[in-house]
Structures are given as C-alpha cells and as structure tokens.
Design a protein around this ligand. Structure first.
Ligand SMILES: [Zn+2]
Length: 242
C-alpha cells in the first residue's frame, strides 16, 4: 500500500499530466482515497495552477469534506469525490474534468459508444447526470451515484465528465481514452456514419490485454514527458494515440 506522501506525489503528477494535455485548467479536480484512514486527498480548488502542483499542495479531507488540518477547504464540487469514494470500493481515484471533446457528449443528444479498441473499457456505456448544476452538496452527490451506477464514467449535462478507477494511473488512462474516443467520433462523423465497437468485440479485446498493464505503460510514458515539460500551458501536449 502506498504511503500518504507517495499518494500526494502521484496525485500531483497525475494532475500535472492532465494540465500538460490540456484536460484540466482553471476548473477541474482529481482525488485519491485512503480507505483505511477514510481520508480523501484532493487537488486545490478553482484557479490553482494545476500545471505546477506539488505533493504539499494537496488538500486532505474526511468523507464529509472537512479539511483534516489547516483552513484551506477542498474545491466546491467535493461531493463528487466523497460520494464515489464512500460508496464504491472500485473508485479509489476520481477525476472531474471539463475536457474539450468528451464534454461535447454531455451537450449533444448523442449516446457515447466506443469507436476504438482502447475505448472498449467503456463498453458498458457512459451515462448522463441529467441536471444542469454543479455538484456542491451531498444530496447531489447521491444523485450522481444513481446516474453512474457501477460504470467507469459519467457525463454531467452541459458541464463535464467524471471518471473513476482503482488508482490514479487507471483514471489517467481511462480519461485519456474517453477524450480520445470522443474526439475520434467527432472527426469520423465528418466523413460519414460512425462505426462503433460492439459489446462482444469490446469483451474480446479486454480479455486479450489487461487494463492494468495498459494503464501502467501509459502512466510511465506520460510521467517521462511531464518530467521534461516546461510548464507552459499545453506545450507538452501529446496524444495517447497520435
Ligand atoms: Zn465541474
């Protein structure tokens, strides 16, 4: 099991990678949960520079959103994270983002379906949280839980996305894949009808290569890019599937 300091460092790195990729900016936050201590570590709120966050900048709270120490609280939409961490043992890491392409599926009246092999991790679909509102209290967090069910991600109407995973590398990978599939769907649609990967095809592909292995490879790759990123917005950008 990772120590709190290691988790803080991994969370800071994950968030800087999202910033490098242009997937997080003024808004958006990422968290990781320590079930044994019932402690949530979350990135600081609105306006913090996500591209330069360090381990010490992470805010520690309980599942009630109250800071464990100090006066700095979590981002206003903390109930997204606490609801998921508290209810799902497979949601130890959570990202709430407003990425340019996946967010379009929270606006267009069009269901998200995987269009690439890597997109197979979303074979169960990505449901929609129907309310056009920020998730700023536990009641809304409960509604979010109902919307996402046991799925890996949920779209927030007219707003953004939430992606969950067993750990931060998995959340990073899944978020990159969701964004990439959303982008490719949009681009392919300009050429004509969009073909999707069927649930059976998704299952077959998923059985051939473990998600954990793919997530770890992507994590190592993006960590190495981030290590030499000059921290200017988006200059380190690279595609998961260039
Ligand atoms: Zn938001």
């Amino acid at each position: 099991m990772m120590s709190e300091q290691e988790l803080r460092e991994q969370l800071a790195t994950c968030t800087r990678i999202f910033a490098m990729q242009g997937m997080i900016g003024v808004f958006g936050h990422v968290s990781v949960y320590q079930p044994d201590r019932k402690t949530v570590l979350i990135t600081p709120g609105m306006g913090s520079n996500k591209g330069s966050l360090e381990a010490k900048d992470m805010v520690a709270t309980g599942l009630d959103g109250k800071p464990r120490r100090g006066t700095e609280g979590p981002p206003v939409e903390w109930p997204i994270h606490t609801a998921l961490h508290g209810a799902r043992s497979d949601a130890l890491a959570v990202a709430h983002l407003h990425t340019p392409y996946a967010t379009l599926f929270s606006i267009a009246k069009r269901e998200f379906k995987p269009v690439t092999l890597q997109g197979a991790i979303f074979s169960d679909g990505v449901p929609l949280y129907p309310e056009a509102q920020l998730i700023t209290n536990p009641a809304r967090g409960e509604t979010l839980l109902k919307s996402i069910g046991n799925k890996r991600a949920v779209l927030l109407r007219g707003h953004g996305i939430v992606v969950v995973g067993q750990n931060l590398p998995e959340v990073l990978f899944a978020s990159l894949v969701l964004e990439d599939d959303a982008k490719k769907t949009l681009q392919a649609a300009t050429l004509g009808e969009v073909g999707t990967i069927s649930p059976q095809e998704c299952k077959t592909f998923g059985a051939e290569i473990a998600l954990e292995r793919r997530a770890q490879r992507a994590w190592n790759y993006f960590c190495s890019l981030e290590a030499r990123w000059d921290k200017q917005a988006s200059t380190g950008r690279s595609e998961l599937f260039p």
